[in-house]
Design a protein around this ligand. Structure first.
Ligand SMILES: Nc1ncnc2c1ncn2[C@@H]1O[C@H](COP(=O)(O)OP(=O)(O)OP(=O)(O)O)[C@@H](O)[C@H]1O
Ligand SMILES: [Mg+2]
Length: 382
């Protein structure tokens, strides 16, 4: 019996667009499916944007799905590109809530042009994890990147906002250096190691500094939260800029359920600065959930631990803030090297001492610290 078009569409249904993580059939990307009597299937796939970087991946997925159908002997695939109207429909289908230029009144924490920050909505299931520190260079971005990778490896959907506007570094550390794709003003985050990422780094020409004033920063952050297609992730990690100020205030407004994690190094001086950042969190009404100590020790070839930066800073800060010390992350050259090469240690060497420390940290946050109260918009008292 010859293969029917319906059979072929059914076979294509489980094929997902690699960026949107939705069925290419549901997204309306599959066109003109035509099985020939000799078993060859010709079809057209409409890409969201011209020059879609993942076109080969789509081609491979479609080929294997169709060739698995009994009676299909070959696939002839043509690509086309969606029209502006189709892209607009697609964006609406994905984001649901009106056009980017629409207006929603009475939404204080909304996008200036209409959309509200999804993470501020009562029904949001996303846990925003704000990774902060009082001073620079303590490993905030390294912790953000590796923790994100470790959470993704546990099967969670994970997004990272690089809110360190001046010192953006997450795309490089994550190896997510492709530019984000834009569909009708909706930004698709770049993805690596199962983690989606957005950063000001994607919008600044190489080698140029960002000189932005407060309101522009506020606006940029707002867009990162509203115009990016995050797709309701389990976790949204935010690499906070060092210190405090404007950005923390904006973020506390956009992410009212944000959980703050303070990264510190073991020496008491660092602890003093980290304490400041915790005080800031208190001022903007965000909860500090835990302390993460980084560069705690270096294990020599002799197997001994050398405490290069002293000891006890993390534990002392945790005691003072009355929160748990969630992790002590050893100093290892492989972590720096991995960060420089876009190969996070939690992804490429999960069984190393530091890799394991990140996976343990992920488990403590995802399992032990799972919120007891489930926020759900569907639960209404009748
Ligand atoms: N545990 C570690 N072992 C080895 N190197 C580390 C470790 N943690 C961080 N580093 C390295 O230290 C440097 C600073 O780390 P990172 O960029 O993560 O810190 P940061 O707090 O985000 O800094 P900034 O304030 O500049 O944003 C990086 O080169 C990073 O690779
Ligand atoms: Mg950083």
């Amino acid at each position: 019996m010859p293969v029917t078009v319906d059979q072929l569409i059914d076979a294509l249904r489980p094929v997902q667009d690699p960026e949107l993580h939705r069925s290419i059939v549901d997204l309306g990307m599959v066109r003109d499916v035509d099985p020939a009597p000799d078993g060859t299937v010709s079809l057209r796939v409409a890409l969201t944007v011209a020059g879609c970087p993942l076109r080969n991946e789509i081609q491979n997925r479609v080929n294997s799905a169709l060739l698995a159908v009994d009676g299909v002997t070959g696939v002839s695939l043509d690509f086309t590109v969606m029209t502006d109207e189709e892209r607009e429909d697609l964006r609406r289908q994905l984001q649901g809530n009106g056009h980017a230029h629409g207006h929603v009144h009475g939404q204080p924490q909304g996008h200036a042009e209409g959309r509200a920050v999804p993470f501020a909505q009562p029904g949001s299931r996303t846990r925003p994890l704000l990774i902060s520190s009082g001073k620079g260079g303590v490993g905030k971005s390294s912790v953000t990147t590796n923790l994100a990778v470790a959470l993704a490896a546990r099967g969670h959907s994970v997004g990272v906002v690089d809110a360190d506007i001046y010192g953006f570094s997450v795309p490089r550390m994550l190896g997510a250096d492709r530019d984000p794709v834009v569909i009708d003003e909706m930004l698709l985050p770049t993805e690596a190691w199962g983690v989606r990422c957005i950063s000001i780094g994607y919008f600044v020409p190489d080698g140029q500094a960002v000189i932005w004033r407060g309101p522009m920063l506020h606006k940029a952050l707002e867009q990162f939260l509203t115009d990016v297609y995050w797709d309701d992730p389990d976790f949204l990690l935010v690499d906070m800029p060092p210190g405090t100020g404007d950005i923390a205030i904006s973020l506390s407004q956009y992410l009212p359920r944000g959980e703050v994690f303070v990264v510190t190094t073991p020496q008491p001086a660092a602890q003093k600065v980290a304490r400041l950042s915790a005080a800031m969190a208190g001022k903007v009404n965000l909860t500090v959930r835990g302390v993460i100590e980084n560069m705690s020790w270096f294990t020599g070839d002799d197997g001994k631990r050398y405490e290069l930066f002293g000891a006890g800073g993390g534990a002392a800060l945790a005691a003072e803030l009355d929160v748990p010390l969630l992790a002590q992350l050893p100093l290892v050259p492989a972590l720096r090297q991995g960060a420089d090469e876009g190969r996070p240690i939690a992804a490429v060497d999960p069984d190393s001492e530091t890799g394991r420390a990140f996976h343990d940290l992920a488990s403590r946050i995802a399992v032990d610290m799972r919120p007891k109260k489930i926020f759900s918009s569907e639960l209404k008292v009748v």
